[in-house]
Design a protein around this ligand. Structure first.
Ligand SMILES: CC(C)(COP(=O)(O)OP(=O)(O)OC[C@H]1O[C@@H](n2cnc3c(N)ncnc32)[C@H](O)[C@@H]1OP(=O)(O)O)[C@@H](O)C(=O)NCCC(=O)NCCS
Length: 170
């Protein structure tokens, strides 16, 4: 399988925040934003692998800014690294100013997806070839994030998380 670039599968979803998607303060529910993130990220993972994909882990979510009713929200999902059957996806959430049209980053998340066959068994995915400085940076750090996620999930022993341990030994 030949490697693919992050831009080949990058996925952008833009939508409004409606009243039914807000909390009593009139801001977007976290769960609604998570659903939009999952949708965008799954499309990016499917485009990269050209397979059925499932979410295996929500590695990180930061709700840094509130998103008011009526906001135009853009969710951008980009594959940062592909391993054997899994793919790490970065999700950036941008808010659009009505008058200037300028977009600013409000929130971010990192999810992991696995490509599967028709029976739900993991299958191999193409490698990713990062191009920009940001893509290179996210690619390089993905291995230790994967190890942290596997340790927290009880799927990797802490002593075997070599990349992760290296941070503390520097
Ligand atoms: C995802 C799933 C197919 C994995 O099956 P599995 O038999 O556990 O497969 P493995 O343990 O070999 O893991 C597959 C890959 O996921 C990775 N992985 C598993 N758990 C992970 C975690 N918590 N964080 C990061 N990566 C993880 C593994 O490292 C492996 O990656 P690699 O092949 O690139 O090295 C299976 O767990 C599943 O179907 N889960 C439910 C998915 C789902 O329904 N999601 C929607 C939420 S309801």
């Amino acid at each position: 399988m030949s490697p693919r670039t992050p831009s080949e599968s990058k996925t952008t979803l833009t939508d409004l925040v409606l009243p039914s998607e807000t909390n009593p303060l009139g801001n977007m529910f976290g769960g609604e934003l998570l659903a939009r993130m999952d949708r965008a990220a799954s499309i990016a993972a499917r485009r990269h692998s050209r397979r059925i994909v499932v979410t295996v882990s929500v590695n990180h979510v930061a709700f840094n800014k509130v998103i008011p009713l009526g906001s135009v929200v853009t969710v951008e999902a980009t594959i940062s690294r592909a391993f054997k059957t899994s793919m790490e996806v970065f999700i950036d959430v941008l808010l659009e100013d009505r008058q200037s049209g300028k977009r600013t980053k409000a929130n971010e998340a990192i999810f992991t997806f696995v490509a599967v066959d028709e029976n739900g068994h993991p299958v191999e995915v193409p490698e990713i070839r990062p191009e920009t400085d940001l893509e290179q940076e996210r690619y390089a750090a993905a291995l230790r994030r994967r190890q942290l996620s596997l340790v927290l999930a009880g799927k990797l022993k802490a002593q075997d998380a070599t990349e992760l341990k290296a941070i503390f030994e520097q």
